[in-house]
Design a protein around this ligand. Structure first.
Ligand code: ADP
Ligand code: MG
Length: 692
């Protein structure tokens, strides 16, 4: 049988089953069926008996006879059917709540049946609900040491297409399939010791041993991740034409003077390493696309600034784009302070500056008079023209759409450094940013005391407030953060206003000053509140998550997060990064309701037990799945059939590097006709070019 024949002609299928396979599983051809993978296998050498059941058994197959059929009516047109099943070593109760008529007609005392299902212990008695059931057909598949188990739907079962039947069909198929093409180049198979494709497709259904199953899975995961990487990286290569990067050959006065005279503290080892990595890129002749990851407070800003100075040293301008005006403004003042006396022209370009001033700023950017520009989205407007833009730094990348990144590119193909404080689990970064080189600042500046995090519920609020009072009286400042789902909706502000009232009741004016901050304030109002808080004029900042990103007030040592269960882990981590920025012990208090779901509980527990952003990101990925992580929806990572970006890190890494080497060597895939063919047929192509 050929891979793209009509499945209807496969022995054991026929027109009616073919129809069900198509409608339920989208399986129309032998190839489709081969790629409908079993989710587990049953080891036939370990035939279970009732006597040896344990609750750890996920699924078992038992053989025996039935007796004592009982039907109990449980409502109109509803009944429960129970049957005793015995295999000579003990007995088990089989239970059905649905499809009982069919089962009743089928079951005959004295006949030997094979059942499959998950046994559970109920009041000391083994039960199995809705087992797969068939008359014992011992002998016909005994020669297979491992039986595949497939996910089937109710409709399939109604057409007697349960997993056992499907297994028989795939067994037939494995025996007669031919003509399946290899997709990976022979040198790749050899280098990574991968099974040929057809062998793997057969063995994943009917392996001879666990080792062989593993090898089959590895091969198929490899293929899947390899082509994901190829689609992504190829699209990127064709766009960016990596061989034409502006070459920054010198390290000049700007960089050197700053390094010798201006840095207020020694760089951490990680900062030095990353700056070195960036320097290598900048003088390589290839356009840099680097992702810089580092936990909040790890000192990314300084790395960004020094990279920008390298651009200046090579006769170029550089800009930094931040996601909010507050942040851009804050970076602007930080830069002014750090660069004081170095005679460098720095400017701020954000939406809220006056039109006339903006126009002048743009003129100075166009003439090249302005060397460093800090801004927001305003920077990517079409009328912002640079004299010679050499480097773009994008801070907190997850807030930016990908088209925006692309727009910056069009302003003269600058080098790009993307900084993010949302640690992306390594596997994800490699998958999503297969095209970006990745630098990690994995070391905190010295003298930081890790934030202590506690979980508290409502009854203990008085104690929490008492603690806050002590902190404020000792000169510290406090954040209260409320979740707002839609910043734009008035209604949502109610939580925040109630919170403000509660806080003010406990911390009365004039002794205590409280600020409120949320997304509906104008940029001026926000800046005003932020400044008052920074200067210590207000003691408490009641806020929505607008403070999430980048705000730096070292004297703020306590953060209370209200309704913490409503935040995602990564967001909690971001928020918590606002405290612990000075040398004082800082605290984060997660307030939640009493009753939490298991996932919420685990999330809160994770927060209390670690401050390592990468661990938190991994936990987030595990708890929520990649689907909820920002930017993943369109990425294709979610459509993976077999591979998991969480569990298959080594394969992700291997395929990513392999694809990169192949493309470095042969960007147009001239000597890789198989891969070329894939690219031409790829349905992912469009999707990826949109993103990268
Ligand atoms: P990030 O942007 O990574 O969250 P920042 O660059 O804002 O972190 O740095 C956080 C704080 O740490 C800033 O106040 C900065 O001045 C300080 N800092 C940066 N690098 C060092 C260092 N090597 N030693 C001491 N403090 C540092
Ligand atoms: Mg920062």
């Amino acid at each position: 049988m050929q891979p793209y024949d009509d499945i209807v002609y496969l022995k054991g299928v026929g027109p009616s089953r073919a129809k069900v396979l198509a409608s339920e599983l989208g399986v129309r051809t032998p190839m489709d069926l081969l790629e409908y993978f079993p989710f587990r296998h049953i080891d036939r050498s370990k035939t279970a008996t009732v006597a040896t059941l344990s609750e750890e058994n996920p699924l078992v197959v038992l053989q025996g006879t039935v007796s004592n059929m009982t039907v109990v009516s449980t409502g109109p047109h509803r009944e429960r059917l129970t049957v005793d099943f015995s295999d000579g070593t003990g007995s088990l109760q089989l239970v059905w709540f649905a499809g009982t008529k069919w089962v009743r007609n089928k079951l005959k005392p004295g006949v030997k049946y094979t059942i499959m299902g998950k046994p559970t212990l109920y009041n000391g008695q083994w039960q199995m609900t809705h087992p797969e059931l068939e008359t014992d057909t011992a002998g016909d598949d005994n020669h297979q040491p491992y039986l595949p188990v497939y996910t089937t739907t109710d409709k399939m079962k109604q057409h007697s297409l349960g997993t056992r039947t499907l297994a028989r069909i795939t067994e037939t198929l494995c025996g007669c399939i031919a003509g399946v093409e290899e997709t990976l180049p022979p040198e790749v198979l050899e280098r990574f010791h991968l099974m040929p494709r057809l062998d793997a497709l057969k063995a994943i259904h009917y392996p001879e041993s666990p080792t062989q199953l593993d090898a089959a899975q590895t091969r198929l995961k490899f293929e899947e991740l390899f082509f994901l990487q190829l689609d992504y990286q190829y699209a990127h290569y064709t766009r960016s034409n990596r061989s034409h990067g502006i070459i920054f050959s010198t390290v000049g006065d700007h960089f050197n003077r700053f390094y010798r005279e201006k840095i207020p503290f020694p760089l951490t080892g990680a900062q030095k390493r990353v700056i070195r990595e960036i320097r290598e890129d900048l003088r390589s002749g290839r356009q840099m696309n680097r992702l810089l990851q580092g936990d909040v407070g790890s000192g990314k800003t300084l790395v960004a600034l020094m990279s920008m100075l390298l651009a200046l040293d090579n006769g170029c301008q550089a800009c930094l784009m931040a996601p909010t005006e507050i942040l851009a403004t804050q970076h602007y003042y930080t830069f002014l302070r750090l660069l004081d006396g170095l005679n460098i022209k720095v400017e701020l370009l954000i939406g809220s500056i006056k039109a006339a001033d903006k126009k002048k700023t743009k003129q100075r950017i166009a003439s090249g008079e302005t060397q460093l520009v800090i801004g927001t989205h305003a920077l990517i407007e079409d009328d912002v023209v640079f004299h010679r833009l050499g480097l773009v730094v994008i801070d907190e990348q997850h807030r930016f759409g990908v088209e925006q990144r692309a727009k910056l590119w069009d302003k003269g193909m600058p080098h790009i450094l993307v900084m993010t404080a949302t640690p992306i689990p390594r596997t994800l970064a490699m998958t999503l940013y297969g095209d970006l080189d990745c630098s990690i600042i994995d070391e905190m500046p010295p003298g930081r005391t890790p934030v202590r995090t506690y979980h508290r519920t409502e009854p203990r609020r008085p104690l929490v407030f008492h603690f806050l009072k002590q902190q404020i009286d000792a000169g510290r400042q406090v954040y209260f953060v409320y979740p707002l789902i839609h910043e734009s909706e008035k209604l949502d502000l109610k939580d925040l206003e109630d919170g403000l009232e509660m806080v003010q009741n406990y911390f009365p004016r004039p002794q205590y000053q409280v600020s409120m901050m949320h997304g509906q304030l104008t940029p001026e109002e926000k800046a005003f509140e932020m400044e008052r808080f920074k200067q210590g004029k207000t003691h408490i900042m009641v806020s929505t998550t607008v403070i999430e990103v980048g705000v730096d007030v070292p004297n703020a040592t306590v953060m209370v997060i209200e309704n913490a269960e409503r935040f995602g882990l990564s967001q909690l981590h971001q928020l918590r990064g606002r405290v612990g920025r000075g040398s004082e012990q800082s605290y984060c208090i997660l307030m939640t309701k009493d009753q939490l779901s298991n996932t919420s509980r685990e999330r809160i527990h994770t927060m209390c037990s670690t401050t390592d952003g990468f661990q938190i990101a991994e936990a987030d990925l595990r708890l929520r799945g990649p689907g909820d992580l920002q930017g993943l929806q369109q990425s294709g990572v979610l459509d993976l059939k077999l591979a998991s970006i969480v569990d298959d890190e080594p394969i992700v890494q291997a395929t990513r590097n392999l694809v990169r080497d192949i493309l470095d060597d042969d960007p147009n895939l001239v000597s890789h006709p198989m891969l070329r063919k894939h690219i031409e047929q790829s349905k992912n192509k469009l999707m990826w070019s949109k993103i990268s």
